[in-house]
Ligand binder design. Sequence first.
Ligand SMILES: [Zn+2]
Length: 75
Amino acid sequence: MGIMNTIFEMQKIRDEAVSLGHDAKNWNVLGKDTYTLVCKDCMLTTIYNEHSTPMQSGDSLNNKCVKPEKKLKKK
Ligand SMILES: [Zn+2]
């Protein structure tokens, strides 16, 4: 699989996560050919590895984002 294909796949996964409400903008490099996408709000993680089957695993593509309760400043 070429690098362009990998980038395309990763963009697709990220867009899918974002469409579920996740605040996940950037992939982190976890190790060799392994990347993680972590939602800043609910901490759900998607793992991508171009050599595993399926290439993607994790929670953020199966679950809608659950936003944490915002800490409101007390007056
Ligand atoms: Zn989320």
